[in-house]
Design a protein around this ligand. Sequence first.
Ligand code: C2E
Ligand code: MG
Ligand code: MG
Ligand code: MG
Length: 279
Amino acid sequence: QSKVENVESVRFYSQTNSHELKEKIELETALHKALENNELLLHYQPKVDLLTRKVRAAEALIRWQHPEKGMISPVVFIPLAEESGLILDIGDWVLNEACRQAAEWERSGLGDIEVSVNVSGPQFQEANYKAHVETALKASGLSPSLLMLELTESLAMHNVEASVKLLSSLKELGIGLSIDDFGTGYSSLSYLKRFPLDELKVDRSFITGIPDNEDEVRIVLAIIAMAKALRLSVVIEGVETEEQLTLLQGTQSDLIQGFYFSKPLAADDFRLFVEQFNH
Ligand code: C2E
Ligand code: MG
Ligand code: MG
Ligand code: MG
């Protein structure tokens, strides 16, 4: 009896896995064509200055408009792109498109909107990554000071010596460097100090519990104090409520990014948002 059950469950699981595998392969094949078919696009989420209450920056976030499946989240396809190596082409496209868009905003007088771009491990590990950034800046004409790269802790900690070198050489371009999802990785303070960073983004997971959870409030305050001691600009991610904003008001946070102000927007909607918000 139990033997039959086992056989059944093995069959059940292996069917599930082969189904999932098939779907994964299909998605990966479709992702190959997504770039040339113009199915990828960028949305931009405002980063609002806590003091002046103006949009000062935007994070570029990739979207995949699949012809049949609709919008696919980057949480689903970025890992696939990283596994398959497609992230190198996709990452280049993101970098160039974000720079092009920000340069257009800069030229059209929207105000100086700094654009930040997420960087994946494989891109960072390319031998000539700096040249890719330089090319995107030159092609777009964007002021380098209006470009920020967002790296994760694990990406930077993977090979600390190599990261210090690469980050320092990227800084020579005049761009900004940000550490994303801070608190979810395993960075040590001494290493963090060695990276030529400009900005630290406190991960959303620390914000969900505030202001009700006193422990989480204390943790957020401690992270902000630490970031300030390292002379970093502090971005709070995932601010959704008035109460969260009120609590952050009394801190040294610099920028607020979250659904409270706006979800990520298509480029045209972002422009309209800024025109109204910053008037
Ligand atoms: P991330 O870089 O940490 O980006 C912030 C994510 O948090 C975005 O999700 C954004 O929509 C979401 N978010 C912002 N404010 C709130 C809020 O108030 N509440 C909630 N619940 N969520 C909020 P998204 O766009 O789905 O992107 C997810 C992740 O995918 C990004 O996390 C990033 O790691 C990755 N990603 C997105 N675009 C790119 C890209 O162009 N290249 C690479 N390598 N990764 C990307
Ligand atoms: Mg990011
Ligand atoms: Mg983040
Ligand atoms: Mg994240």
